[in-house]
Design a binder for this molecule. Structure first.
Ligand SMILES: NC(=O)c1ccc[n+]([C@@H]2O[C@H](COP(=O)([O-])OP(=O)(O)OC[C@H]3O[C@@H](n4cnc5c(N)ncnc54)[C@H](OP(=O)(O)O)[C@@H]3O)[C@@H](O)[C@H]2O)c1
Length: 327
């Protein structure tokens, strides 16, 4: 019989709500417990979503012997400390992006996972999504030839509030770790780790970076342009320019994912995907599949990918002069 896993939600904010909706699509996921800094918030989230238990501290959640997997959805500034707390208590951990603030913190998390022989994965949705898989399939087919250049972007224009985690440096604020991480994931996935990086940033009233522009250079002549911002509204997408055509990927406001294939000498083809629950259930399903197989990391989102990702984010921050208090 299929094992059912008891999920604990740590930090019931906006993203935790979306992720919980995704868990509801999985028969082997049990909505078990919620941990918040505030007991009433935990109680309300548990009641709204059908969790059995709720706690007014993250420690009580981490120490509950019933919890199999903790999903961490606090601001990035707290991921390291909370992931370590959960792993010390033997829990499998799925932790939101950015995995942590910098490479040093991510290495501490990875060491703790290996010390406790527990599963750890960064909650990255792109590798599981149909538009990503389609683009990989097209590139591998060779129909448009070799990738030469990428234009990768994610920007939106949220209301400014100095205490909002997006604008608060103490909470890891800034566009790069919040949304710029996606254009970086695009480049790492389709072009690999860059040999050189040039980056620039502009900063807002709180001192947090609000826009970043970077160029990745590869020794074989390929390049990728990375852009993220809280000041413009470009949405999320990536254009892959190849020897004999282009591939454009985007995710719309309606969450539809689109891939447009435009070979130079053939008709254009458009593919549209609309996964349920924004596709977050795939990463949750991956955690449970890995646990079924006795794995401590995911072959789809391995810790080596998270390591490359945070190192690349650190390199961009270093070149652009973006410092965070945790550095
Ligand atoms: N994968 C995705 O598509 C995606 C999308 C959005 C966000 N995220 C990630 O998810 C994480 C949370 O983002 P969010 O938008 O859900 O944030 P949010 O709505 O602000 O929620 C964060 C929660 O963290 C808890 N928290 C703990 N310490 C805190 C502190 N010092 N200040 C503020 N909140 C604190 C709070 O819950 P309690 O006080 O109740 O414990 C709060 O509700 C971030 O790391 C973000 O990058 C991922």
């Amino acid at each position: 019989m299929e094992k059912r896993y008891k999920w604990g939600i740590l930090a019931p904010g906006k993203m935790a709500g979306k992720f919980t909706n995704a868990l509801k699509h999985l028969d082997n996921a049990e909505l078990y417990a919620v941990g918040s800094r505030d007991l009433r918030r935990a109680e309300k989230f548990a009641a709204d979503n059908g969790f059995r238990k709720f706690y007014g501290s993250y420690r009580e959640l981490a120490e509950d012997p019933g919890v199999d997997i903790v999903y961490i959805a606090s601001p990035h500034s707290h991921h390291r400390e909370q992931a370590i707390l959960c792993m010390k208590n033997g829990k499998a951990v799925l932790c939101e992006k950015a995995f942590a603030i910098n490479e040093r913190e991510v290495e501490e998390m990875i060491s703790e996972a290996s010390r406790n022989k527990v599963f750890l994965m960064e909650a990255l949705w792109p590798p599981f999504q149909p538009f990503y898989r389609k683009a990989s399939e097209i590139l591998e087919s060779g129909i448009v030839g070799r990738l030469l250049h990428m234009e990768c972007f994610f920007s939106f224009n949220p209301p400014f509030h100095p205490d909002d985690r997006k604008f608060n440096p103490e909470l890891g604020g800034g566009s790069l770790l919040d949304i710029g991480i996606y254009p970086v994931i695009d480049a790492l996935t389709f072009a690999g780790v860059p040999d050189g990086i040039k980056a620039y940033a502009s900063f807002g009233k709180t001192g947090a970076e609000e826009s970043v522009s970077a160029i990745f250079r590869y020794n074989d002549g390929r390049m990728a342009s990375i852009y993220s911002s809280f000041r413009t509204n470009a949405g999320i997408g990536c254009v892959i320019l190849c020897e004999r055509g282009r591939i454009s990927l985007s995710r719309g406001r309606d969450m539809n994912q689109t891939v447009i294939l435009e070979p130079d000498d053939m008709e254009k083809e458009t593919y549209v995907f609309n996964p349920p629950a924004m596709g977050y259930h795939w990463e949750a399903g991956e955690v449970m599949r890995c646990l079924d197989d006795g794995l401590t990391e995911s072959p789809v989102v391995p810790l080596s990918f998270s390591r490359n990702l945070i190192r690349t984010l650190d390199r961009i921050r270093h070149d652009a002069g973006i410092r965070l208090p945790q550095d």
